[in-house]
Design a protein around this ligand. Structure first.
Ligand SMILES: Cc1cc2nc3c(=O)[nH]c(=O)nc-3n(C[C@H](O)[C@H](O)[C@H](O)COP(=O)(O)OP(=O)(O)OC[C@H]3O[C@@H](n4cnc5c(N)ncnc54)[C@H](O)[C@@H]3O)c2cc1C
Length: 465
């Protein structure tokens, strides 16, 4: 009898297992794939960032090195090597999780986990053999899979998901991306930087539509410079694989149908929770109409000693959100009283410029009728950004009109994925814009843009613009 059984080894599951083991609980983890780490490490965060870094190096070598005074002859992309390096990065990371399981004495069971009853999980290996294991507490961390539209046939050759986009055999000539969200913009950037024409078809009126509107607008400007073309407010109605060519049909706001022809279509319209094979009903665990495992505010399912975390439950589908929930549940089982501040889980898009945000968007504050002030600082006015030739983008700080408390920070620019951490700390400690404006930020750094935006929010006092 284990104290805790975790089903799924993504960032939610493996972190939950480590924290449970740290707290002295006898822990097992079940993973159906041969490697640990889930979507994030195998076909998500890590491989996409590896390819984003490689393609950005190529793009800079092709387009900005000359201005820096560096000339390269015979520059070309070796795609198989780029993919091989990505695979090596993935291997280092998934092997690292295997090591962490061993170090923390967590028993790894390879196979599909399915409930037999509320305390028993059957682990079925690929060869069909199975073992039953029992746990006092069980954590469901089975993650998500790419979603599609009912009329789209994902043949995984020309009509692909993010998983196939991470192991392409050739650079597309014309990649059509359905969905202007994070994954589509990141993977579109990878191939756009290496010369692919990229067309984006998005139903909403802006890119990355769940983020502050300014971010979508600015990102669109930057990606246009990279050669992207956009079909916003277009509803995809058909996708046809015609052999060497793929045709996407979409309806614009006036009801007219347009046709876009390319050689690959990336369907990136979001992800759906994954519970196939889990046999949740055998344990009495309820699944919502949207396919998520139903949980209360303590991440307990309809069966109190069975918890669920990460992409398979409500909330943002992000690795660090899943990790926080993993720690939360392990500590709850151990009798502690942990807490997660969901408002302060940052969101990042690893395009270039990067987009990063935390807290409320300007649209949300307007909707709430909250009085706020906004301070902005463009990277064009940053000495550091000029030195590195990364002047696209800005930092926007939203603060309460009366108390000056920071309510939201939205950044688009160089290294904002790392910079957003300062905003998270500030907001977690409920800093005012003036608090940040009065703190020394090393010069020259990109972080000065955050300080300047805070100065701008505090009686329009920005110094360098
Ligand atoms: C291309 C791409 C890029 C991304 N980039 C980022 C990023 O930069 N930052 C970020 O925060 N998020 C990113 N994400 C999202 C991130 O990957 C997910 O939010 C995260 O992996 C969710 O973690 P999880 O533990 O809930 O589930 P998952 O990582 O999906 O892991 C679930 C695991 O459970 C296993 N499993 C499922 N059912 C069973 C079963 N019955 N028995 C045994 N095992 C089972 C699965 O095989 C899988 O390994 C990206 C996603 C994609 C696709």
């Amino acid at each position: 009898m284990y104290d805790v059984i975790v089903i799924g080894s993504g960032p939610g599951g493996y972190v939950a297992a480590i924290r449970a083991a740290q707290l002295g609980m006898k822990t097992a983890i079940i993973e159906k794939y041969p490697t640990l780490g889930g979507t994030c490490l195998n076909v998500g965060c890590i491989p996409s960032k590896a390819l984003l870094d490689s393609s950005e190096h190529y793009h800079n070598a092709a387009h900005t090195f000359k201005t820096h005074g560096i000339t390269i002859k015979d520059l070309k992309v070796d795609l198989p090597q780029m993919i091989a390096r990505k695979d090596d990065v993935v291997k280092q990371n998934v092997d690292g999780i295997q090591f962490l399981m061993k170090k923390n004495k967590i028993e790894v069971h390879q196979g599909v986990g399915s409930f037999v009853d509320a305390n028993t999980v059957k682990v079925t290996k690929e060869d069909g053999t199975s073992t039953d294991i029992q746990g006092k507490n069980i954590i469901i961390a089975t993650g998500s899979k790419p979603s599609s539209l009912p009329f789209i046939k994902l043949d995984k050759k020309r009509v692909i998901t993010s998983t196939e986009a991470l192991k392409m055999k050739e650079i597309p000539k014309h990649l059509i991306v359905i969905g202007g969200g994070v994954i589509g913009m990141e993977l579109g950037s990878v191939y756009g930087r290496m010369g692919a024409k990229v067309s984006v078809v998005e139903f909403m009126d802006s890119l990355i539509p769940s983020m502050d509107k300014t971010m979508g607008k600015e990102l669109q400007k930057s990606l246009k410079k990279l050669g992207f073309e956009f079909y916003l407010k277009h509803k995809v109605t058909a996708v046809e694989n015609q052999g060497k060519e793929v045709v996407v049909k979409a309806e614009n706001g006036k009801g007219e149908t347009i046709e876009i022809k390319g050689d690959y279509v990336l369907v990136s319209i979001g992800r759906k929770p994954y519970t196939d094979g889990l046999n949740a009903e055998a344990a009495g665990v309820k699944i919502t109409d949207r396919g998520q495992v139903e949980v209360n505010d303590h991440l307990q399912t309809s069966v109190p000693h069975i918890y669920a975390i990460g992409d398979v439950v409500k909330g943002a589908m992000l690795a660090h959100k899943a990790e926080e929930e993993g720690v939360y549940v392990a500590e709850t089982i151990a009798g502690q009283k942990p807490h997660i501040n969901y408002l302060l889980i940052p969101g990042v898009v690893y395009t270039w410029p990067e987009v990063a945000a935390v807290g409320y968007t300007e649209e949300q504050l307007k909707e709430q009728g909250r009085k706020y002030k906004a301070g902005k600082f463009p990277f064009m006015a940053s000495g550091r950004a000029r030195a590195s030739m990364d002047t696209d983008g800005l930092v926007k700080v939203l603060a309460d009109a009366e108390t000056d408390e920071i309510l939201g920070v939205h950044m688009i620019g160089p290294r904002t994925a790392d910079m957003i951490a300062e905003a998270v700390v500030a907001m977690e400690f409920r800093a005012s814009a003036e608090d940040i404006a009065r703190m020394s930020h090393a010069h020259p750094t990109y972080t000065e843009a955050f300080k300047e935006a805070c100065l701008a929010a505090t009686d329009n006092r920005a110094l360098h613009i």
